[in-house]
Design a binder for this molecule. Structure first.
Ligand SMILES: O=P(O)(O)OC[C@@H](O)[C@@H](O)c1c[nH]c2ccccc12
Length: 261
């Protein structure tokens, strides 16, 4: 069984919620990737989404864009990221996912890319600019590699499409919580709770909310509607500031609230 499925089965059994941090590979140098992964696992992260730096990240807000620029300035290549993950995989137990865009995968060659990330021990892949109509380009290779493709649904996806997307997946559904790009938000649309509950109703697999989640109280609220959260921009900001305690507090918020639900 894929590590992602196993982890979610365990969460469900124990009435826990998922907390998935996003970090940018190569931001702070490639060696810091390994340090961040081990820190996050120890702090209680369910899985880690690792961004591959890319020059044209259309869905990324300013914080993640800047992190990508810093990583590229460090000279980080896809090969470096794959090698770093391969090195750390034997000592990390939680699932590791890559987030990348269609273009860099295509430039590398879809088949070769998936072979190489499989060899490094990656468990899941998120490709925000690849609609389900295009995913046949990679799904056959991913299935062979036992890597889960994590698909996104948005506030604007019609219910029939949400259903179609949810039933294709085995890992989890990524429910985008805002219209627009990644980055901190002070508030969410009033109808978000109802939307997340609807996605959950339609989905046979767990539903995680992501985009704009930055504070413990937002984590606590989101997990009342779905199975967990993904936090990116805030993670990057806190690592950048060296504020590791606030990272621990965010992760703890998901655990404490879950135990009360
Ligand atoms: O940064 P935020 O607002 O916390 O959002 C999550 C996010 O960073 C991460 O999942 C992500 C980074 N880049 C993306 C592009 C598309 C979809 C998702 C992402």
């Amino acid at each position: 069984m894929n590590r992602i499925e196993k982890v979610f089965q365990n969460l469900q059994k124990n009435n826990q919620k998922a907390f998935v941090p996003y970090i940018m590979a190569g931001d702070g140098g490639i060696d810091s990737l390994k340090e961040k992964i081990t820190f996050l696992e120890k702090a209680g992260a369910t899985a880690i989404e690792i961004g591959i730096p890319f020059s044209d990240p259309v869905a990324d807000g300013p914080v993640i864009q800047q992190a990508g620029i810093r990583a590229l300035k460090e000279g980080t290549t896809l090969k470096d990221v794959v090698a770093a993950v391969a090195e750390i995989r034997p000592i990390v137990h939680i699932p590791l996912l890559f987030m990348t865009y269609t273009n860099p995968m295509m430039a590398y060659g879809f088949e070769q890319f998936i072979k190489d990330i499989e060899a490094s021990g990656i468990d899941g892949l998120i490709v925000p600019d690849m609609p389900i109509e295009q995913e046949e380009l990679i799904v056959p290779y991913l299935e062979e590699a036992h890597i889960e493709l994590i698909r996104l649904v948005t506030l604007q996806s019609p219910l029939s499409r949400i259903e179609e997307i949810a039933k294709r997946g085995k890992g989890f559904v990524y429910a985008v919580t805002v219209n627009g790009i990644t980055g901190a938000r002070s508030s969410f649309k009033e109808e978000l709770g109802a939307h997340l509950k609807k996605v959950k109703e339609l989905s046979p697999i767990p539903v995680l909310a992501g985009f704009g989640i930055s504070f413990p109280d937002q984590v606590e609220e989101m997990i009342t509607y779905c199975d967990g959260v993904i936090v990116g921009s805030k993670m990057i900001e806190l690592f950048d500031k060296g504020d590791l305690q606030s990272i621990v507090d965010l992760i703890d918020a998901s655990k404490i609230r879950a135990s009360q639900l």
